[in-house]
Design a protein around this ligand. Sequence first.
Ligand code: GDP
Ligand code: IMO
Ligand code: MG
Length: 422
Amino acid sequence: MAVDVLLGLQWGDEGKGKIVDYLADKYDLVCRFQGGPNAGHTIVIGQTKYVLHTIPSGIFRSNITNVIGNGVVIDPITFKKELAKLDAAEVKYKKNLLVAKKAHLIVPTHRWLDVASEAAKGKAKIGSTLKGIGPTYMDKTGRNGLRVGDLFAADFREKYDALKAKHMGLLKGYPEVAFNIEEEEQEWFDSIEKLKEIPTIDCEYYVNQAIKDGKKILAEGAQGSMLDIDFGTYPFVTSSNTITAGVCTGLGIAPQQIAEVIGIVKAYCTRVGSGPFPTELHDDTGEKLRKIGHEFGATTGRPRRCGWNDIPQLKYTIMINGVTQLVITKLDVLDDFEKIYVSESYTIEGESNYQLPYDLNDSNIEPNYTEIQGWNSSLDQVESYDQLPKVAKDYIDKLEQMLDTPISMVSTGPERRKLLVR
Ligand code: GDP
Ligand code: IMO
Ligand code: MG
């Protein structure tokens, strides 16, 4: 069992990037297995902040190979920009970044369709990042997509034109939205030259050979389990399997290769975009969490909706993913809170519930909160788990007990070193 998985157990932005960057040192390979430029994974090293969208968060460790798996969708334009930022920071990636030939390509008209589809939905919009994720995965499952391997085919241009023609037909059925196709297309074709410079692999063979060779692999999830296409708050989800099962199809490995599943959870909860969020706070406390936690999207800059942790929701995603250990992030954001709350159950139509209902969207859900004492002091100088105030440890113990899963690490700041290992 050579593959460990790291993924978010809420609605994304749990702090996955920071934890992958920290853990990457213990692995030979870090692999993204799904999602695309809708992701924004922040890593703070020293004074510098990096946001990765498509590139795995192991890229800052020069001895580690980073794989963009076949389950990922790649926009060459975003990808080129990410590489340019790494170049500017003198991060060497030429020898340790690989791309799966079977990864699908986001073309400019995918993004256009994403924008038009959201415009057509009006008030019911998903709140998509508008990066073309939905339309690209639709073309993948609809068997129309273009893949990285196609970039090297003699008839690539014809394939591209056929897909574009199909999209132009579809766009006629949507409200008109502003989009400069000539400009976007020019940039896209310029950018694919950069993508073609990155070595491509048969991901399934590459990863399985690495396993045979005794290499240790970390699979890095994007988004969160509540945004999973099958098990999230459908239809307010993304278009890929963000859960552990997605690792098998997104890299080409068998389930029995998976060992540890590390679930990342914020000390509270956030969501960006539309859709249900039972423990969302619409008051000053929500605003305070957003302000102290700097809860603004790393990809779109949108304000994130904030609320308390939701135990039935977390138990659900722990179950689906087979989580073996938890990492709690952003504990420091709660430094200044007199009281902390977690929802232990829901009341739905007068009845207590410990499970998520079929459709969180139309349930009249009332969270039942448990009050927990805050520690009311700064965790800034805390350098080891033992040094945490007792009340903060009590919160961690309480979460661990309620979630029935060991908590192995606690994060107390965006920087690499602000991590307390238990
Ligand atoms: P990801 O998508 O799961 O990688 O998370 P994002 O990068 O979108 O959002 C997490 C944000 O929280 C980033 O701005 C991180 O720098 C920041 N962050 C991560 N861990 C901590 C922490 O323990 N404390 C604080 N205050 N910020 C953190
Ligand atoms: P990381 O990896 C938070 C949300 C969007 C929207 C829904 C669908 O940084 O945690 P899409 O663009 O996929 O069609 O959007 O999913 N979403 C995210 N929210 N973090 C992310 O990624 C997200 N990726 C997509 O806001 O509600
Ligand atoms: Mg993010």
